[in-house]
Design a protein around this ligand. Structure first.
Ligand code: AMP
Ligand code: ZN
Length: 116
């Protein structure tokens, strides 16, 4: 838990969000600035900065999150698949430094990285 972390505050309910799912270990909520008709994030309640900071001890938690994504995606109406993104570190475009999985879908999903 980190006092000044936006996603810790959201997971604790101190900052409002549109909740998608919650259990004792994880929290999922809609992105405030969606890039597609469905765009939500799944975060661990544990304050973990990024995937770069994950260790063996987090394996079960990360595995649980990965297995949860398709279930939540389906509940959100994504019957035809989804994109999952984990921006990791400044070099990966991460802006909020609490590990989160973006789940994106619906509408037209463009190629992941634009080729020049
Ligand atoms: P990233 O660039 O991977 O760190 O993604 C951070 C994401 O958090 C962005 O997609 C933002 O739109 C989203 N975001 C920032 N503040 C909030 C908030 N208060 N509630 C929901 N999503 C947020
Ligand atoms: Zn946090």
């Amino acid at each position: 838990m980190s006092d000044n972390c936006l996603f810790c505050k959201i997971a604790r309910g101190e900052i409002p969000s549109r909740k998608v799912y919650e259990d004792e270990e994880v929290f999922a909520f809609h992105d405030i600035n969606p890039v597609a008709p469905v765009h939500f994030m799944l975060v661990p309640k544990l304050h973990l900065v990024s995937l770069i900071d994950a260790e063996e001890a987090h394996a079960a938690l990360l595995g649980k999150m990965l297995l949860l994504v398709p279930k939540l995606a389906k509940e959100q109406g994504l019957d035809n698949g989804f994109r999952m993104v984990i921006n990791s570190g400044k070099g990966g475009g991460q802006e909020v430094f609490h590990l989160h999985i973006h789940v994106i879908g619906g509408g037209n999903i463009p190629p992941m990285v634009k080729r020049s």
